[in-house]
Ligand binder design. Structure first.
Ligand SMILES: *[C@@H]1O[C@H](CO)[C@@H](O)[C@H](O)[C@H]1NC(C)=O
Ligand SMILES: *[C@@H]1O[C@H](CO)[C@@H](O)[C@H](O)[C@H]1NC(C)=O
Ligand SMILES: *[C@@H]1O[C@H](CO)[C@@H](O)[C@H](O)[C@H]1NC(C)=O
Length: 437
């Protein structure tokens, strides 16, 4: 009953904004690969698979979701297919008026300064307005450049490059609560960096076997604890999460805790290992819990209990009977992420058919919503969706066989203070908010 409780079913999520092309023909370079609110939620940074540069937007003002930094050479870059994808973005805690974020592609981490401008210089002598240089011989008069007002723009300018420390693909970066260091993780190693030092990092985890044939497990995600600067976790393709304490030794190959759920023998199949691989791990804001996402579920772990999760939420259990076709079309390797709401009471993660799911921990409620252009009229309320599994399909339900596996929501973010969420479909970024907001 709406309004009766306070659980996630009682929030009416309504459409707020959408950014991105309507086009169904998506260029690889335009695929959104990460979304992240800054620590107070006013700015939202996104990265894609081709821009090379994070884009920051202000989702909550009338300057809504303008693509605020444009890189004049990006089309040129795309045509050359230079791989400039962004795998992850993490904001740095704000120390002064300036704002910074880290972004990473497969091999290189960059520090960006994010600044907002509402004036633009005009009337250069040696350049055109679009930045191309003029032939100096054609310059016959001098003019004085002036600042002209323009729409607010958020610009990212590169400040530091942290390169040459990873042999394998970087999957995670995480800023430490000491505000001075961060970690970067690839398939086999985790490195610790000082934010000020670009040419040196310390290897803190190395699971590379001497003989690569013996490799049975890779690192899939890693994150620092939100307030204990000596503690971090990393997850693996075997479904385990290891918690490490940097005070114990310089190389944290010996974990101090290992979280793992014993496999249910009834559920054993050829796909067991693939679907138990963890695609994301996130500490709760409180630091007491962590959440992991595997292919079919979201699990909440209490840091004080290693033997099993304290909560398990089925994201799309109806896919268990479809694993064979999901293996054949490679979807089974999709890496879904997950996120907490501001007070850790609700968790959110994506699914197929542009559906995303919310699980209310206290009220034990869950809801499936859809990000689509069809219900993207301003303030239109999202209707909960239901997937029908066998039996008779009720009106408004969609059958498992009609789900579109090309439409998937891998990345979502929840505003740290408000019921405002960012949901990335392949090449569109949707913002939804609580109707009461
Ligand atoms: C988030 O971004 C806004 C807009 O630039 C800024 O005013 C605010 O201080 C930022 N918050 C944090 C915690 O960095
Ligand atoms: C085994 O499968 C059932 C449903 O088929 C599910 O509810 C249960 O959580 C699964 N067990 C584990 C350990 O994943
Ligand atoms: C958490 O925040 C939501 C709003 O985002 C609110 O409805 C709910 O009551 C809060 N829960 C707790 C336990 O404070």
């Amino acid at each position: 009953v709406a309004g009766a409780g306070g659980g996630c079913n009682d929030v009416q999520w309504c459409f707020s904004q959408v950014k991105g092309a309507i086009d169904d023909d998506v260029a690889e370079a335009d695929i959104i690969s990460t979304v992240e609110f800054n620590h107070s939620g006013e700015l939202l940074a996104t990265g894609d698979k081709g821009g090379g540069k994070p884009v920051a937007v202000r989702p909550h003002t009338r300057h809504c979701l303008r693509v605020l930094s444009t890189n004049p050479s990006s089309d040129y870059l795309k045509s050359l297919e230079i791989e400039e994808k962004i795998n992850k973005i993490r904001w740095l805690p704000q120390k002064n008026a300036a704002q910074f974020l880290l972004s990473t592609n497969d091999k290189t981490i960059k520090l960006w300064k994010i600044s907002e401008r509402d004036k633009r210089p005009e009337g250069y002598n040696l350049k055109e307005e679009d930045g191309r240089y003029r032939d100096p011989n054609t310059v016959t008069t001098l003019r004085v450049p002036v600042f002209r007002p323009m729409d607010l723009m958020v610009e990212a300018s590169p400040r530091r490059v942290f390169a040459n420390a990873h042999t394998y693909h970087i999957n995670s970066i995480s800023v430490n609560s000491d505000c001075e260091t961060y970690l970067s993780a690839d398939d086999l190693r985790i490195n610790l960096w000082n934010l000020e030092i670009t040419d040196r990092s310390f290897n803190i985890v190395d699971i590379k076997p001497t003989n690569m044939e013996e490799l049975t497990e890779v690192i899939t995600a890693a994150e620092f604890h939100p307030n204990q600067c000596n503690t971090f976790v990393y997850s693996s393709s075997k479904g385990t999460i290891r918690l490490c304490d940097m005070r114990a030794s310089a190389l944290c190959d010996q974990h101090s805790k290992m979280f793992e759920e014993p496999e249910d023998p009834n559920n054993r199949s050829f796909f067991s290992e693939i679907i138990s691989s963890i695609s994301d791990v996130k500490f709760s804001h409180s630091g007491r819990y962590m959440m992991t996402r595997d292919y079919l579920s979201v699990k909440i772990w209490d840091l004080n209990m290693e033997t099993r999760p304290v909560e398990t939420y089925q994201v799309h259990e109806y896919l268990r009977s479809k694993l064979c076709s999901l293996y054949e079309n490679d979807c089974i390797f999709d890496k879904f992420e997950c996120c907490w709401n501001g007070n850790d009471s609700v968790v959110m993660t994506g699914s197929y058919n542009n559906f995303f799911r919310m699980f209310d921990r206290g009220y034990r409620q869950d809801v499936t919503l859809e990000a689509s252009r069809e219900n993207s009229k301003p303030r239109s309320v999202l209707k909960p969706r239901k997937v029908c599994t066998g039996g008779k399909r009720k009106k408004d339900e969609i059958s498992v066989d009609s789900l579109d596996f090309n439409k998937k929501i891998l990345h979502t973010a929840w505003h740290p203070l408000d019921n405002i969420i960012a949901v990335a479909t392949t090449n569109n970024l949707y913002i939804f908010q609580d109707k009461l907001n």
